[in-house]
Design a protein around this ligand. Structure first.
Ligand SMILES: [Zn+2]
Length: 141
């Protein structure tokens, strides 16, 4: 006996399981545990469970990663989930990393223009930028 799922496909997997959701603090993600008809238990990410349940397919954890399209790991809505290969997943992470902020200034001692990479904290804290240590020392002395 099969149930008909939300897409009109037959739900065979997890059909006779009891499903419990819980928040897994160490990973900051929702997980589920299933009690199978034979009484055994199975733990998995809720994202994976939702994806497998909705599409009624079994994913291979080694080659099929469930990815959150909006980058919010708590948004396990089926519309926010897609399957990436481990390679695609890495590429997405790399593409997301921001290039360092570049700060261009004129040295207050010699007037030379210079560009340095820096983070936002340093930009807020440091008021004077010099082109070199010797220009910085000349200014102080
Ligand atoms: Zn200078």
């Amino acid at each position: 006996m099969y149930k008909v799922g939300r897409l009109g496909v037959l739900i065979k997997m997890y059909e006779d399981c009891k499903v419990y959701e819980y928040f897994h603090k160490p990973t900051g993600r929702w997980r589920v545990y299933l009690i199978l008809p034979d009484g055994s238990r199975k733990y998995m990410n809720r994202a994976r469970y939702n994806y497998e349940y909705f599409w009624d397919i079994k994913l291979d954890p080694k080659t099929q990663h469930v990815d959150h399209i909006d980058e919010n790991p708590l948004n396990d809505n089926i519309k926010n989930l897609q399957i990436l290969t481990p390679k695609e997943n890495t590429e997405k992470r790399v593409a997301k990393e921001k290039p360092p902020i570049q700060h261009t200034f004129n040295c207050p001692t010699c007037g030379k223009e210079k560009t340095v990479p820096l983070n936002g904290v340093r930009l807020r804290k440091q008021k004077n930028f010099f082109c070199s240590v010797s220009c910085s020392n000349k200014r102080k002395g």
